[in-house]
Write a protein that binds this ligand. Structure first.
Ligand SMILES: [Mg+2]
Length: 315
């Protein structure tokens, strides 16, 4: 499934030009700080299709002539292309706000292709823009919003939600920096709730890999809880495990199944494992990397997903 970044132009890729907000002269052109650097990394590393969506009020009329728009726009597009930032489509609405046209952001009439094609995964797509109308567009597209909020005027036509509702339900990041957008897209919050139920154990896990080390573990085995608390504390993850197990028999089902469920929760939280690196060796040769006072204890976990045969060899 294809994921899309619907990206605004004015105020997002290039600075806005008050008081007219009409970018019709090269003297008004200023690219948004750090945009090239981070948008290139997004384009090259993260697998999103890029679609530009921009309102250009009255383009083609006497108030905004074509010959004033295209030279500047073409330079913007060429500059992006030269930095390996390629948009698959550039959607320009030319209507005026007073016309209240369905083609004008936050209307979606020009974006029906993306809404109707099941090959697009809009729930995992984003709108990036500087206006609250961009966040309303995200709502209308059923995707999420990355608000590059530079304090642009908020009163806009076509808004059906309150700003606070959009902040709560649609905006997953509000920032004035492209670096924050890159880091968010590279590594969205890795939080899962996981359950595993068998005849022997009933396990609930809440895990946040980007937490702060908070632990709340209750397996019925105090020393095991203590060990799990150390995983949370030293791994700087939030971990809450509840296990109701058949301790009247002994402890092994509870410990074994908690390990299995914790591993399952880890796999879910890691998702596509973006942002982590894989190493071929974990035992340092010649010198120890992080010895404690008198010992070096090591646990090596391979998240690569390879299967082992009965002799422990990779298949
Ligand atoms: Mg804008």
């Amino acid at each position: 499934m294809k994921k899309v970044l619907f990206i605004d132009r004015d105020g997002t890729l290039i600075k806005e030009a008050p008081p007219t907000y009409q970018l019709d002269d090269f003297s008004k052109l200023e690219f948004y700080p750090d945009m090239f650097y981070y948008l290139r990394r997004i384009a090259e590393d993260l697998g999103y299709e890029l679609v530009m969506v921009t309102n250009q009020d009255g383009l083609g009329t006497a108030s905004f002539r074509e010959e004033s728009f295209w030279p500047l726009h073409n330079l913007v597009m060429k500059s992006l292309e030269n930095e390996a930032i390629k948009f698959t489509e550039v959607i320009i609405d030319r209507t005026l706000p007073a016309e209240n046209a369905p083609t004008r952001k936050p209307g979606t009439a020009l974006l029906s292709k993306y809404m109707n094609d099941p090959g697009y995964d809009l729930q995992n797509s984003y709108v990036i823009g500087d206006r609250i109308t961009d966040m309303q567009l995200a709502k209308n597209l059923n995707c999420r919003g990355l608000w590059l909020n530079t304090g642009a005027a908020l009163g806009q036509t076509g808004i059906s939600e309150t700003i606070e509702d959009l902040r709560k339900k649609i905006v997953v990041l509000e920032t004035s920096r492209w670096s924050d957008i890159y880091h968010y897209l590279k590594l969205p919050p890795r939080i899962v709730n996981h359950q595993r139920n068998t005849n022997e154990t009933k396990i609930r896990i809440a895990l946040n890999l980007d937490g702060s080390g908070k632990a709340d573990n209750n397996t019925g085995i105090p020393f095991f809880d203590h060990m799990l608390d150390q995983v949370a504390r030293h791994g700087i993850i939030d971990l809450a495990i509840t296990c109701i197990g058949d301790l009247h028999i002994d402890e092994h089902h509870s410990i074994e199944d908690t390990g299995i469920a914790f591993g399952e929760a880890m796999v879910k939280a890691l998702g596509d494992k973006r942002g982590i690196e894989r190493y071929g060796f974990s035992v340092p040769s010649g010198r120890q990397v992080l010895p404690m006072d008198d010992c070096l204890a090591q646990v090596a976990i391979d998240f690569g997903g390879k299967e082992l045969d009965r002799l422990g060899n990779f298949i």
